[in-house]
Design a protein around this ligand. Structure first.
Ligand code: GTP
Ligand code: MG
Length: 542
């Protein structure tokens, strides 16, 4: 075996790359933060600043996220723990940002699904679960907010089975009832962990004591009732529950389940330790040249995220890549599939929220941010010159909301165009131009209205441009072609004025109409016309 092969095998074995997913507000960002805290990456959860009013989650770095307390874009964080290199991707839960979340899921090898114990399996969690299932990635479940009143743990297990169709294996079991949780029983280690009172409100690691299950001190501390409830539950789980089966976990058929409270640090450390033990190492990825194995010595990666202005002091643009095979080295030259050119990968960075670190090497599973002078696009493949191929295209979401957008002050057109183009390249919005119209205004398409708010906010905040937005009544976009490959123009289309004829950013003709009924009319009256819900050649999601 070559030295490089040995190095790859060793490093791949240490990598765990996962996304945290769920319905809004279940506690993904809080959990991310606490994992970093236990990983030793930050000493105080929240930011380093100590004044309470200034504390924001490290992964919600964007101004609008801090103000609103929601995540609008996924963020990447890394740390080392027990000899493993962990890459966490915190995703936004709101469905208006789900395209960003879906793209992020392409870059990971497993997912942690966070459930609010009071709410159980919510709508957006259900959708995201489906995507993970389709991709066949293992799913871990973290039942959060145990510091509050919630559903019975056994009911949550039923819900997972009935709503998502997945069986669960509780790795630990909460001790106490109705929000009075005092600790957890670890079913693997067969030990009880009781938590000490927390005086730091979750900012610091929580002290806990471990006991053997039959230690009389436990009963004394938790009381007769909680003790008996625990015995009954454990008996039930052992008799009627699933067996622990790593193969079924890897196949996404069984989910290891953990209980805790991200806010008060219940069960977080236990989760992290078990997760590292059970989570899969980097998986192979499908490409135009078959499966690419991570231990292939030839380097390959794909871009899954573009983000500008992460650091207000630098105002630069980063392309985030997921390394799929081979060893990454700073300043290496790679083949950029889309442009057909060689590129030098300078200034590779890894992230601890706003703290960046220049790195020299990275391995499969790692997420690396590359300085991007404007050459990268979402979904791009980079690989070794000696083995050229392309990873599968990213699916696209059909836009359903549209607005005409222009700069309030015409003197600021240059910044306006720059900002709009940047957000389009990030995939934060979809850009269209009305046929025959000038460039004073654009038609912006989104999946949900919150994206417009982000557009407005970011143009103001990052590009210093106020915009005027006029919502359009359209809800359906169709990419157009003629069967005989004639060019589709507004003139060649009967009834084009029943909707709005626009071009997408690659110049492909698109018709925006009010509804399916209007679409039916167009279809009936243009027999040669083909209508596609996504750009031709791109897969559509959902
Ligand atoms: N009581 C309680 N509240 C929690 C817990 N974990 C998180 N929260 C609170 O729940 C709210 C949402 O938490 P976030 O971590 O921002 O949720 P999220 O899933 O990242 O939300 P989005 O990114 O907007 O989808 C915040 O007010 C948190 O303080 C917990 O364990 N207990
Ligand atoms: Mg969040």
């Amino acid at each position: 075996m070559s030295a490089l092969q040995e190095e790859l095998d060793r490093e791949i074995g240490k990598r765990r790359t996962f996304a945290i997913i769920s319905h809004p507000d279940a506690g993904k960002t809080t959990l991310t933060e606490k994992l970093l805290l236990y990983g030793g990456a930050i000493h105080l959860a929240g930011s380093i600043k100590s004044r309470k009013t200034q504390r924001h989650a490290v992964s919600d770095w964007m101004e609008i996220e801090k103000q609103r307390g929601i995540s609008v874009t996924s963020s990447v964080l890394q740390f080392d723990y027990q000899g493993c290199r962990i890459n966490i991707l915190d995703t936004p839960g709101h469905q208006d940002f789900s395209e960003d979340t879906y793209r992020t899921l392409m870059a990971v090898d497993s997912a942690v699904m966070v459930l609010d114990i009071a709410k159980g399996v919510e709508a957006q969690t259900k959708k995201l679960f489906k995507v993970c299932k389709q991709r066949g990635i293992p799913i871990f479940t973290f039942v959060n907010k145990l510091d509050r009143f919630g559903k019975a743990p056994l009911d949550i297990m039923d819900e997972l089975e009935n709503v998502l169709g997945i069986r669960s294996y509780p790795m630990d079991w909460p001790i106490g009832v109705d929000g009075q949780y005092m600790g957890v029983y670890d079913r693997q280690k067969q030990q009880i962990e009781l938590f000490a009172e927390d005086s730091s409100h979750g900012q610091e690691e929580r002290f806990s004591e471990t006991f053997a299950p039959d230690d009389p001190k436990v009963k004394e501390r938790i009381g007769e009732e909680a003790w008996q409830a625990l015995q009954d539950d454990l008996e039930l789980l052992n008799e009627a529950g699933e067996d622990f089966d790593l193969e079924r976990i890897a196949a996404g058929e069984l989910t290891p389940m953990f209980f805790g409270s991200a806010m008060t640090n219940f069960g977080v450390q236990n989760f992290l330790e078990e997760y590292i033990r059970l989570a899969p190492t980097p998986a192979p990825r499908n490409s135009s040249d078959g499966m690419i194995e991570p231990d292939d010595e030839k380097f390959s990666a794909f871009v899954f995220k573009i983000q500008a202005n992460m650091n207000p002091a630098h105002r630069d643009r980063l392309a985030f890549i997921r390394i799929c095979s081979g060893k990454f080295e700073r300043n290496m030259n790679v083949w950029h599939e889309r442009s057909g050119k060689m590129l030098k990968l300078a200034q590779p960075q890894q992230f601890l929220a706003q703290d960046r670190q220049i790195i020299d090497t990275a391995y499969p599973g790692d997420i690396v941010g590359l300085f991007d002078p404007g050459v990268f696009g979402i979904g791009d493949t980079i690989c070794d010159e000696g083995h050229k191929f392309k990873f599968a295209d990213f699916p696209v979401f059909p836009p359903e909301k549209f607005a005409r957008v222009s700069a309030k002050d015409t003197m600021k057109r240059k910044q306006f165009v720059k900002g709009i183009e940047q957000l389009t390249q990030e995939g934060a919005i979809q850009l269209f131009q009305q046929a025959g119209a000038g460039t004073e205004s654009y038609i912006v398409g989104t999946v949900g209205t919150l994206q417009f708010e982000v557009l407005e906010y970011r143009l103001k905040n990052e590009y210093n441009v106020d915009i005027v937005m006029n919502m359009q009544p359209y809800e359906v976009a169709r990419w157009l072609t003629f069967e005989d490959e004639r060019e589709v123009t507004p003139e060649s289309l009967k009834g084009a004025d029943r909707g709005m004829f626009v071009y997408d950013r690659h110049g492909s003709p698109v018709l925006l109409v009010n509804n399916e009924w209007a679409l039916g009319w167009i279809r009936d009256n243009n027999p040669q016309l083909e209508l596609h819900p996504a750009p031709v050649g791109r897969k559509q999601i959902l």
